[in-house]
Design a protein around this ligand. Structure first.
Ligand code: OFO
Length: 176
């Protein structure tokens, strides 16, 4: 059973995760357009992961007998200055998501909703990994600077990222 405050906040987080998916799909499209297929692959995998995050929340709200209400999704940016610009915007967005998840966890604790608090632990850990991955790539891009060969090598590396579908439970808690 979820109270109204928690249900609203979870629905808000669900739309933020959908926006994340939309943002990374836009970055994937831009990367394809500028001929960086490895970057396009990395962002496409990120898009798929964000859809998993979205559906985890969707499933959790349903499993708790509450109501999913979808909200409008803002238009994401479609032009970027450079690969570095895309990853800096990615990190900035993930920090915003981390803050939002932390606020949701604070709310769950305040409302004594331990089930939701436990559910959010997966997201708290996931944010550590996401911010760290983005920071690694930003650091590499800074080393690369204007070196075209370095950029093509990183593109090859990012082409190797593979989407691993989660092992779902009815609560959507486990898996990726
Ligand atoms: Fe990028 O972790 Fe969800 O939003």
């Amino acid at each position: 059973m979820l109270n109204e405050k928690i249900t609203n906040a979870l629905n808000g987080q669900l739309s933020k995760e959908l926006y994340s998916a939309y943002l990374y799909l836009s970055m994937s499209a831009y990367s394809t357009y500028i001929g960086l297929k490895g970057f396009a692959n990395w962002f496409m995998v990120q898009y798929q992961e964000e859809m998993v995050h979205t559906m985890k929340i969707y499933t959790y709200i349903n499993d708790q007998g509450a109501r999913v209400k979808l909200r409008s999704i803002e238009e994401p940016p479609s032009d970027f200055e450079s690969p570095l610009d895309m990853f800096e915007k990615t990190l900035e967005h993930e920090r915003f998501i981390t803050k939002s998840i932390n606020e949701l966890a604070d709310l769950a604790l305040g409302e004594k909703d331990h089930a939701t608090y436990m559910f959010l632990q997966w997201f708290i850990n996931e944010q550590i990994e996401e911010e760290s991955n983005d920071t690694d790539i930003i650091n590499k891009l800074k080393h690369i600077g204007n070196d075209g060969n370095g950029l093509l090598m990183l593109d090859k590396e990012l082409a190797l990222r593979v989407f691993v579908p989660p092992a779902q439970t009815s609560t959507g808690v486990t898996g990726q």
